[in-house]
Design a protein around this ligand. Structure first.
Ligand SMILES: Nc1ncnc2c1ncn2[C@@H]1O[C@H](COP(=O)(O)OP(=O)(O)OP(=O)(O)O)[C@@H](O)[C@H]1O
Ligand SMILES: [Mg+2]
Length: 432
């Protein structure tokens, strides 16, 4: 039997291809509305690793006029008669961006030839070609830069740079893009600027009012990042409240049927050359606890295992070997190294981490006063497991140098929660 490449069906990457994007019909419905509303702001937020960037990439695809996603989702009836179509910019922020000025300066200088803003600024001699962002496009193309203008990567007479005034320069660039590329060249309705990992921008003062002033019926922003609510993304959210009426998209955990669909879709992508036993599908969905990343990882590992045994049917026996590999720390190296760093070779801390991870989600883990763990359960369990000195084991788990694994909850004061919910589930899978 030929080996199957697990990447054909599963991926730990952000999902760009609508054929691989599963579920989220309520969010997709909202996205379509938001894209087809002339003036608004789209904000995608949710916990780490739940699928925010993947949703943002789908928004980009729909904004180009490609409604493929709706077919698989059985939502074709939602396709607007005259969909608004955009050219798009996609920028991933990082924590070196200090404030709004930094952000604008980054956008003005980003040379990415498929996603950057600069690629679209008209310039003598600059060459742009239409391209499809995914392999099987259905009418949604964007512009890709194949050659910089004669002046190199600088702007040109079409879009004036105003010394020491980033906001005005940005406005000039954007308005040149809208006139020349969006309207004249491509006959589109607007420019969509998607900003991912927006939460990591250090100082977000006035960012809402800046976005508001830059938004219009031809320029739309979509921001995406980790947060429990909109406040985490835009501090001065009052200024954009009205813009957000239809565009606030909270990405939560997946429903079990959606997790299972990821595996069923993978089987389709593998053209049924490899299939999963129903009980394994069920088990993966339940072990993943609604985190698509874990579904993808577990699915991938099952395929690797079955390749090893030259099997094309993944049954409980194969799946339990995968679970064993997780326990032994050889299945998911990235999560495992995070895990090792957290426990720091302490058996006691290993047990404690498991107990903490196994508390029902959203429950208090312990209070701010380190010595006093609020949750009596943990203390009781810990005693059962003969973990002494909890108070000495805990500090490493909230120390930045070792993760941190736990941070103060933003939802409830004085309480701690896992920084990364996927890691929390991993700690459970490690068992004891
Ligand atoms: N709708 C979906 N269908 C199938 N898989 C998905 C879906 N959404 C996300 N995934 C998978 O989940 C994982 C995380 O997705 P993604 O990177 O989009 O999440 P995120 O919320 O942006 O994460 P982070 O907080 O780290 O930025 C990836 O492996 C991706 O393939
Ligand atoms: Mg992301």
């Amino acid at each position: 039997m030929n080996k199957i490449n697990p990447e054909i069906g599963f991926t730990s990457d952000v999902i760009k291809d609508p054929n691989r994007f599963i579920g989220r019909s309520d969010l997709i419905t909202k996205c379509i509305k938001a894209i087809n509303t002339p003036l608004n702001l789209i904000a995608i937020y949710g916990k780490r690793g739940v699928g925010k960037s993947s949703l943002a990439r789908q928004i980009q695809q729909i904004a180009l006029g490609d409604y493929t996603l709706l077919k698989k989702a059985g939502l074709v009836h939602l396709t607007p008669k005259k969909p608004r179509r955009y050219l798009t910019v996609y920028y991933t922020c990082d924590s070196m961006i200090l404030d709004t000025k930094d952000l604008l300066s980054r956008l003005l200088n980003d040379q990415n030839n498929e996603d950057g803003l600069l690629r679209l600024v008209p310039d003598d001699g600059k060459e742009l070609v239409e391209f499809g962002r995914v392999t099987e496009i259905e009418g949604g193309t964007d512009l890709k830069l194949v050659k910089w203008g004669i002046k190199g990567i600088d702007s040109s007479k079409y879009a004036k740079v105003v010394e020491n005034d980033l906001v005005q320069t940005f406005r000039n660039f954007v308005s040149a893009i809208v006139t020349h590329q969006v309207q004249n060249k491509m006959k589109r309705d607007g420019l969509l600027i998607i900003l991912d990992e927006f939460d990591v921008i250090q100082n977000k003062d006035n960012i809402g009012s800046l976005i508001k002033s830059l938004s219009s019926d031809t320029v739309k922003f979509a921001i995406c990042g980790i947060g429990n609510d909109l406040m985490d993304l835009v501090h001065d959210h009052n200024s954009v409240e009205r813009l957000l009426e239809e565009g606030a998209l909270k990405v939560g955990k997946m429903q079990p049927y959606e997790s299972k669909s990821i595996i069923n879709r993978a089987e389709e992508l593998f053209e049924n050359k490899i299939t999963f036993d129903g009980t394994v599908v069920e088990a993966i969905s339940s072990k993943s606890q609604g985190y698509p990343y874990l579904v993808q990882l577990l699915g991938k590992e099952c395929v690797n295992k079955s390749n090893q045994y030259a099997k094309d049917f993944i049954n409980d026996a194969i799946f339990s070997e995968v679970l064993n590999d997780i326990k032994n720390g050889i299945a998911f190296p990235t999560l495992e190294s995070q895990y090792q760093r957290a426990i720091g070779e302490s058996e006691g801390r290993k047990t404690l981490l498991f107990l903490l991870a196994s508390q029902p989600e959203g429950n208090a883990i312990f209070t701010d006063e380190m010595g006093k763990i609020a949750l009596k359960e943990v203390r009781k369990d810990a005693a059962d497991w003969e973990v002494d000195y909890i108070d000495q084991l805990l500090p490493r788990l909230i120390d930045k140098r070792f993760g941190p694994v736990l941070v103060k909850s933003e939802e409830r004061q004085g309480l701690y929660e896992f920084v990364n919910p996927v890691f929390r589930v991993y700690c459970q899978l490690k068992e004891l």
